[in-house]
Design a protein. Structure first.
Length: 198
């Protein structure tokens, strides 16, 4: 089997050349499987043996993988199949549990006690697909022009001030007022000496 590798000059080199290793057992098994899948797509041939099945079951039960240099492709493929099945079963278990609870709540809606009926109906209404009693917060954003905001502000100020707040339109030109020159400083030290002589 020959692999043709083309270098990529547009990807920058990493600052740290330490090998990246997946953190969890599932991530590491998935990385191994993706490697074997890529190699098999490019011509790698392998057989699934009884030893591969045994090793993959041991890996699942101990939650550890053998080093990448000793693990065989058949072990990796069988391990991925086992883990995928476990993932699907977990999804199915949660779905079955959800259906079980829903069915029990439906049975409780026919109870003689009104409190039990009401509570079961409330809980059925809170199920995600139904969503009757889900608290929702609707946020409405309205955009207004500056002229609308100015008009509303003028009305509010006129209400409180009793007169029109702006006699000059807001769009009037701004002309800066010149500052008056500061008065000259008087020598304070001479005055202080005169006072001390008395």
């Amino acid at each position: 089997m020959t692999l043709h590798i083309t270098p990529d000059n547009s990807t920058p080199l990493p600052s740290d050349f330490a090998p990246e290793s997946p953190k969890s057992f599932r991530e590491q098994a998935n990385a191994y499987y993706n490697t074997v899948k890529e190699l098999s797509d490019n011509g790698l041939e392998f057989e699934l043996t009884d030893l591969d099945k045994k090793d993959s079951h041991v890996a699942v039960t101990t939650n550890t993988l053998p080093p990448s240099t000793t693990i065989r492709p058949g072990t990796i493929v069988n391990l991925e199949a086992i883990l995928s099945t476990c993932d699907q079963e977990l999804i199915d278990v949660s779905r079955r549990l959800r259906n079980y609870v829903t069915n029990k709540l439906l049975v409780e809606t026919t109870d003689e006690d009104a409190k039990v009926r009401l509570k079961s109906l409330e809980l059925l209404g809170k199920i995600g697909e139904v969503g009757l009693f889900v608290e929702r917060k609707d946020i409405t954003i309205t955009t207004r022009t500056q002229a609308d905001i100015n008009t509303e502000l003028e009305k509010t100020l006129e209400l409180y001030l009793g007169r029109k707040p702006f006699e000059v339109p807001l769009e009037a030109e701004y002309t800066p007022v010149e500052k008056p020159e500061a008065p000259e400083e008087v020598e304070e030290s001479a005055e202080v000496e005169d006072e001390s002589d008395d």
